[in-house]
Design a protein around this ligand. Structure first.
Ligand code: PLP
Length: 354
């Protein structure tokens, strides 16, 4: 079985999915980050003794220009976790959806906020019950497109929450990979809308831990009051400024290169006959549903143990029978294709193709 070239491998880091692994479990950018950002981070090392305050403000201005908003409408955060914390500390208890991104509820538990979960409606659409029960002042957080279901929610459903006077955080981390999300167009229309944009996925900067929380100027000012004095670090902000100024079309190019590979990945998963249903995707990952939870875990375990390919199961996102696979480089997908054939002999009773 072929392996991805060294160029396409991610450098060593955390747990078992090290440098020799095929990493299809964290939705990372498959071909590395913007070269201009990498150079800028190297260069910034000479200034590690300097606090980043002025550069953080400069980065916020660059980010605001990039997203077409005022600089007072933006706060840079250390990834989605800090953005979530600012919302929870400033606005109270959490309402969210399941299956859905688990990061919101995880932070709510740490900060001792109550969490109300609503099941998605059939077809993984937005829960109408949540809209019916929502009250002005409630804080609702959802990823749009959603993780792990890889779909966008209907604009009407999201707008209904804002029309009721709810605070709504739309996490648009995956928006650049598909049809986008409505968040940035709505910013000036709704005072209680917050949009989170991550630089981890579509800008390929996951290691820098940077995101932007965007919203009404007064709301952003209010949320900033709980932020640490120096929230993000110098290497991150200098890398981000270089990425946006020198390679603003990086997300568009990445999405374009990724799209045919996503089609190929969906075809590989369907052809394997190991899954009951493989969904279309508006993101840089694909959700495959299994017959049951034990099948999902078996596939994940066999891929990791026998072929060193790492994919994610989705129980942590409230979906027991799912396997979530990131769109990797060509070689990784072909590797996966071979690996699925190899492990299918070990899996009793394959399902009929859907
Ligand atoms: C919906 C969603 N938001 C945010 C993140 C992570 O964003 P960041 O790297 O900016 O913390 C992820 C990562 O998987 C995600 O799925």
């Amino acid at each position: 079985m072929g392996r991805p070239s060294a160029r396409d491998r991610t450098p060593p880091c955390d747990h078992r999915a090290d440098c020799t692994a095929v990493r299809l479990h964290l939705n990372e950018a498959p071909w590395g980050g913007p070269p201009a950002a990498i150079d800028a981070v190297r260069d910034a090392a000479a200034r590690v003794h300097l606090y980043p305050a002025g550069d953080t403000r400069r980065a916020a201005r660059v980010v605001a220009d990039y997203f077409g908003v005022d600089r007072h409408q933006v706060v840079l955060t250390t990834g989605v976790d800090e953005a979530t914390d600012l919302c929870l500390l400033g606005l109270g208890d959490l309402t969210t959806v399941t299956p859905g991104f688990n990061g919101f509820a995880a932070r709510a538990a740490v900060l001792q906020r109550n969490v109300t979960m609503h099941n998605l409606d059939p077809g993984f659409t937005f829960p109408v019950e949540l809209i019916d029960r929502a009250r002005a002042g409630d804080l609702i957080m959802v990823a749009n497109p959603n993780n792990p279901t890889a779909n966008l929610f209907a604009d009407d459903h999201l707008a209904a929450l804002l029309d009721k006077g709810c605070f709504l955080l739309l996490d648009e981390t995956y928006a650049d990979f598909g049809h986008g999300g409505p968040g940035l167009q709505w910013i000036d229309r709704y005072e209680r809308l917050l949009v989170f944009r991550s630089f981890s996925k579509s800008f390929g900067l996951g290691g820098l831990r940077l995101g932007a929380l965007i919203g009404d100027e007064r709301l952003i000012k209010r949320l900033r009051t709980t932020q640490p004095y120096y929230p993000v670090d110098r290497l991150a902000v200098e890398g981000l400024i270089a990425a946006i100024q020198n390679e603003p079309d990086f997300p568009a190019r990445l999405a374009e290169r990724m799209r045919p590979l996503r089609d190929r990945l969906i075809a590989v998963l369907r052809d394997s006959e190991l899954f009951a249903h493989v969904l279309e995707s508006d993101t840089n990952f694909v959700l495959a549903l299994c017959e049951d939870a034990s099948r999902a875990h078996e596939i994940q375990r066999l891929l990791a143990d026998q072929t060193n390919i790492f994919v994610a199961t989705t129980a942590q996102f409230g979906l027991d029978d799912g396997v979530r696979i990131s769109v990797g480089p060509e070689e990784s997908i072909e590797c996966l294709s071979e690996a699925l054939k190899a492990i299918s002999n070990d899996i009793a009773g394959k399902v009929a193709t859907v």
